[in-house]
Design a protein around this ligand. Sequence first.
Ligand SMILES: *[C@@H]1O[C@H](CO)[C@@H](O)[C@H](O)[C@H]1NC(C)=O
Ligand SMILES: *[C@@H]1O[C@H](CO)[C@@H](O)[C@H](O)[C@H]1NC(C)=O
Ligand SMILES: *[C@@H]1O[C@H](CO)[C@@H](O)[C@H](O)[C@H]1NC(C)=O
Ligand SMILES: *[C@@H]1O[C@H](CO)[C@@H](O)[C@H](O)[C@H]1NC(C)=O
Length: 300
Amino acid sequence: MLIFCGLRVSLPLSLPIPWMLLLLFGLFCQLSVAYKPVVLIHGILADKGCMNVVAERIKQLHPGTVVYATDRFTGWSSLAPMWHQVDALAADLLNISKAHPEGVHLVGYSQGGLVSRAILEKYPEHNVQTFISLSSPQAGQYGTKFLHLYFPNLWLKTAFEIFYSDVGQYTSVANYWNDPHHQKLYYKYSVFLPYANNEKASNQSAIYKQGFRKLKKLVLIGGPDDEVITPWQSSHFGYYNENETVIDMKDQDIYKQDMFGLKTLDESGRIQIITQAGIDHFSWHINLSVIDKHIIPHLD
Ligand SMILES: *[C@@H]1O[C@H](CO)[C@@H](O)[C@H](O)[C@H]1NC(C)=O
Ligand SMILES: *[C@@H]1O[C@H](CO)[C@@H](O)[C@H](O)[C@H]1NC(C)=O
Ligand SMILES: *[C@@H]1O[C@H](CO)[C@@H](O)[C@H](O)[C@H]1NC(C)=O
Ligand SMILES: *[C@@H]1O[C@H](CO)[C@@H](O)[C@H](O)[C@H]1NC(C)=O
């Protein structure tokens, strides 16, 4: 594409090329470098600044791209209930969508990737083309490593007692806390993930499926050295069974029964699963080789 433009620039002026042709070339260049806008949603206890490296890299390698990074739900407010974040961020995304009828791309990092997925489901009027889920607990989380920083007394085996309660559910983490040993309580109390997965039917189920199935491409990025997302395969919709054996996405009920559209997307070749070793959770969004190799190529 850029070579095309370079060609136009390097054409000797003395060549008798009709100016109409030049105009056409110009038009072609404009069309070919018109990258779709990219919306970035940051992770937990973070802010818009955390997405600066990605934002700058996109603009550098895809000049002219408009990049939006949300500054909602920064710091502690990122612990707000998931549906609340979904509704507020969706309002922004839909506003951006409206301004760009050609479509936009969405990149969600960590918790932001799960918020993003739920936005796509709940607001089927979105025009997101490619959604990149960057190390996000899409199938839930059962690991307190990162929580120890902020909840020093929280232990893996007893966290469910706090999270699986009406009050506990006022925290984002509790909304996707998926304890494989307390599934009954998870389904009883969790107000977010079982609904987003359509495991619990609601009058929104059909809408969720419609919104998700609209995607042109779903890119799921994760890796074994993440050390925060637990199990790390949750970033690929894999998850623990009752014995803490990880079951792959394709063997999960949510996939087999196509509860919200994963199977539809996969069977039509719209899911790309990327496993990258050697990256810890806090590096995905700042490691240039990850960004160049796994993110930028999907943003056309
Ligand atoms: C919606 O987008 C327009 C630009 O298209 C912007 O001026 C306005 O501030 C946005 N509104 C909200 C609520 O984000
Ligand atoms: C869906 O159900 C909720 C309560 O569970 C209700 O508040 C809402 O109005 C319903 N929406 C539709 C479209 O029926
Ligand atoms: C879990 O392990 C127990 C004991 O080894 C076994 O009986 C059970 O079938 C296993 N469950 C699954 C789902 O693998
Ligand atoms: C970025 O990730 C690659 C693996 O893809 C790794 O080899 C490299 O050391 C990382 N760079 C930095 C600065 O951590």
